[in-house]
Write a protein that binds this ligand. Structure first.
Ligand code: DQA
Length: 148
C-alpha cells in the first residue's frame, strides 16, 4: 500500500508562520513524522508533496491515479476555496483523509467551509502535526477493511 501526503500553501512555513496557531515544528518534521508513522503502519511508501500552487496540487492528485492507494491532504487555505481540488479528489476516487494542524472549527467563519473535505472519508483537526500520524492511521484502517 502506498500513501501520498499532500500539503498546500504556506505549510512549508510551519514553524515560522504564526507559531501560536501552528506550533514550532517545521515542515521537515511533518515529513519525518509521516514517513516514520507510515512505515510503522505497514505502508510500503509515504510520499510527501507540498505546493503553494493550486494547479500543481491538482496535477499531483491526478498523477496518483492508479499509482497510490490512499491520500492524506491538508489543502491549507485552498481547503476553503478550491472546487478544483475537490473535483480532482472525486475524479481519482482514492480514499482520502483531510487534516488540519489547527482547530479550524474554532476559527474564523471563512474557515468553516471545506471543499476538499467533501471528498474525504475522515477529518482530523487541532492535533498539531501529530494529526498527520492520526490521519495516516485512519487511512491504514480504511485500506485494511474488506472491500464492500
Ligand atoms: C490549515 C488551516 C487553514 O485554514 C489555513 O489556511 C492553513 C492551515 C491548518 O493546517 O490548520 O494554511 O489548513
Amino acid at each position: 500500500m502506498k500513501a501520498l501526503v499532500i500539503n498546500g500553501p504556506n505549510i512549508n512555513f510551519v514553524g515560522i508562520r504564526e507559531p501560536g496557531i501552528y506550533g514550532s515544528d517545521s515542515y521537515d518534521d511533518i515529513v519525518a513524522l509521516c514517513q516514520r508513522t507510515g512505515l510503522e503502519l505497514g505502508f510500503e511508501s509515504v510520499e510527501c508533496f507540498q505546493s503553494n500552487h493550486e494547479g500543481d496540487i491538482v496535477d499531483k492528485i491526478q498523477e496518483a491515479y492508479g499509482a497510490i492507494d490512499g491520500i492524506v491532504i491538508n489543502p491549507a487555505a485552498y481547503t476553503h476555496t478550491s472546487v478544483a481540488i475537490l473535483d480532482a479528489l472525486k475524479a481519482v476516487s482514492i480514499p482520502a483523509v483531510e487534516v488540519h494542524i489547527s482547530a479550524v472549527e474554532s476559527r474564523e467563519d471563512f474557515r468553516q467551509v471545506s471543499f476538499a473535505g467533501m471528498a474525504c472519508f475522515a477529518k482530523v483537526t487541532g492535533e498539531g502535526i501529530q494529526g498527520y500520524a492520526h490521519a495516516l492511521r485512519l487511512l491504514a484502517e480504511k485500506l485494511d477493511e474488506p472491500a464492500a
